[in-house]
Write a protein that binds this ligand. Structure first.
Ligand code: MEV
Length: 433
C-alpha cells in the first residue's frame, strides 16, 4: 500500500462520537491547522452581512449549511481531510465509509487535465462560411496573441490562450452560424471571468475576419478540456455484507452500474449520488456547483444518450470503479478570499492547485457513488437515512443535547419516524428525566 507522504492523517478513529471541541482539536493536529484558523469556524456568523451585501443584490441575510469532514481519503498516496458542505444526512458518513474501504485496498488514484476553459463566440449572418473558417484559421497566431494581451498576468503565471477551434453550426433554428471556441489555460482559478473577458475582447476582430455579427461571448460549462478522473480498486473480501459474500456484493454493484449505464432514468439518480459528494466539496471550497453540475450532466450525455458518469467492473479479486467528468474548479479568486469558512475548507483539504482539487473531487464522487450502490444492493438506502433522519427529527422536536441519543433510539424502535412522534417521545423522556 502506498505510504502517505504529506504527514497528514485522514483516518481519525471515533471522530463522529467526539464533541465538537475535540473534533476541532484532532483536525488541528491532523491537518496542521492553527488555533486562530479554527476561530473562523467558531464564529457564529459564517459570513458577515456586509460582505454578503456586496456579493449579491437585495441581500437580506446569510443561509447556513452543515459543514462536515470526509475522513479516510487516501488519494495518490496522499492523505486528505475533505470539507463537505451539505444538508443531506448520510452523505459525509457514506463518503468516509467508502473512502475507508478504498484506503484499505490501497487508496484512490486520481488526476486531472490542465485547467483549460472553453469560451464560445457566436457569429451570425456570416456571408461565406468557408472563407470565414479559412480566415480565422489563418489569423490564429494573431488572435491568440491578442487574447494573451488581455491577461498578461495569467500568461506570466504560466497560463494563457492555447488554441482556437472553429465550429460551423449549419442547421440551427435561425439558420447557419459560426461558433468560435477559444481555449484558455486559466491556472488555479475557475477562470470564468478571465475567459469571458477575453471572448469579449476578441469579438471585434472576429467580426472583421468573418464579415458576420458577434452575438454571445461566454464560457462553456461543458468544460471537457478540463476532465478529472479517479479509479478505486476495492478488495472484494472487504465487501462482505450479512449473508452476502464480497463477490456477490461486487456483482450486484456491477449490475447496479449496468442499470445506470443502460437507462437514463436510473443514470440521473446514479449521477445525483456522485454529485452529492462533488457538490458538497464544491460548496465547502467556494466553487460554482451549478457550473459543475451543468458540465457533469452535459458530459454524461455526450454520446447522444444520457448515461452513467462512472463505470464498475470486476477484475480478479477486486471491484474496480472509474469516473471521468469535467471539473472546472478553482483554488483562488475573489469569492474564495472573502469568505473565512471557504479559506478554512481549502486549508483543511490542503490542495496546492486547482488540478489537484479536481482530482480529489473526482475521487470523492466515485466514493460517494460506490457507497450509494453498496447500500442499495444490500440493506437498502433507508436504514442509514432513517437513523440520521431520526436524529434530525429529535433535534427539531426540541430534544436537549444530552437526550438526543435516547430520543433517536426510541424513535427508531417505534417505527414511526415522524416529527409528531419525536415530539411525543421528547415529552415523555423529559418527564422521566
Ligand atoms: C440520494 O441522495 C442518492 C442516491 O439516490 C444515489 C443512488 O441512487 O445511486 C442514493
Amino acid at each position: 500500500m502506498a505510504m502517505p507522504h504529506n504527514g497528514k492523517k485522514s483516518r481519525i478513529e471515533g471522530f463522529y462520537r467526539m464533541q465538537r471541541s475535540e473534533r476541532l482539536a484532532r483536525l488541528a493536529t491532523a491537518a496542521g491547522i492553527r488555533e486562530g484558523e479554527v476561530a473562523a469556524l467558531l464564529d457564529p456568523n459564517p459570513l458577515p452581512f456586509e460582505k454578503a451585501n456586496h456579493m449579491v443584490e437585495n441581500a437580506i441575510g446569510v443561509v447556513g449549511l452543515p459543514l462536515g469532514v470526509g475522513l479516510n481519503f487516501l488519494i495518490n498516496g496522499r492523505e486528505y481531510l475533505v470539507p463537505m458542505a451539505v444538508e443531506e444526512a448520510s452523505v459525509v458518513a457514506a463518503a468516509s465509509h467508502a473512502a475507508r474501504l478504498v484506503r484499505d485496498s490501497g487508496g484512490f488514484v486520481a488526476e486531472a487535465d490542465p485547467p483549460v476553459m472553453i469560451a464560445q463566440i457566436q457569429l451570425v449572418k456570416v456571408p461565406d462560411m468557408d472563407a470565414a473558417v479559412r480566415r480565422i484559421t489563418a489569423a490564429t497566431p494573431q488572435l491568440l496573441a491578442s487574447a494573451n494581451a488581455v491577461h498578461p498576468n495569467m500568461v506570466k503565471r504560466g497560463g494563457g490562450a492555447r488554441a482556437i477551434e472553429v465550429r460551423p453550426l449549419l442547421d440551427t433554428a435561425c439558420g447557419p452560424m459560426l461558433v468560435v471556441h477559444l481555449l484558455v489555460e486559466v491556472g488555479d482559478a475557475m477562470g470564468a471571468n478571465a475567459v469571458n473577458t477575453i471572448a469579449e475582447a476578441l469579438a471585434p476582430s472576429l467580426e472583421e475576419l468573418t464579415a458576420g455579427q458577434v452575438r454571445l461571448r461566454i464560457l462553456s460549462n461543458l468544460a471537457d478540456e478540463r476532465l478529472a478522473r479517479a479509479t478505486a480498486r476495492i478488495e472484494m473480501r472487504l465487501l462482505r455484507s450479512g449473508t452476502l459474500s464480497g463477490r456477490e456484493v461486487s456483482e450486484r454493484v456491477v449490475e447496479a452500474w449496468a442499470f445506470a449505464a443502460a437507462d437514463p432514468y436510473r443514470a440521473a439518480t446514479h449521477n445525483k449520488g456522485i454529485m452529492n459528494g462533488i457538490d458538497a466539496v464544491a460548496i465547502a471550497t467556494g466553487n460554482d456547483w451549478r457550473g459543475i453540475e451543468a458540465g457533469a450532466h452535459a458530459y454524461a450525455a455526450r454520446n447522444g444518450r444520457y448515461t452513467s458518469l462512472s463505470e464498475w467492473r470486476i477484475e480478479e479479486d477486486r471491484l474496480v470503479g472509474t469516473i471521468e467528468l469535467p471539473l472546472a474548479v478553482g483554488t483562488v479568486g475573489g469569492n474564495l478570499e472573502c469568505n473565512p469558512r471557504i479559506r478554512f475548507g481549502l486549508h483543511l483539504l490542503g490542495v496546492s492547485s486547482a488540478r489537484e482539487l479536481a482530482g480529489v473531487m473526482a475521487a470523492v464522487g466515485l466514493g460517494q457513488n460506490f457507497a450509494a450502490m453498496r447500500a442499495l444492493v444490500t440493506h437498502g438506502i433507508q436504514r442509514g437515512h432513517m437513523s440520521l433522519h431520526a436524529r434530525g427529527l429529535a433535534v427539531a422536536a426540541g430534544a436537549p443535547e444530552d437526550l438526543v441519543e435516547q430520543v433517536v433510539k426510541q424513535l427508531l424502535a417505534s417505527g414511526e419516524i415522524k416529527l409528531s412522534k419525536a415530539r411525543e417521545i421528547v415529552q415523555s423522556v423529559q418527564l422521566g428525566a
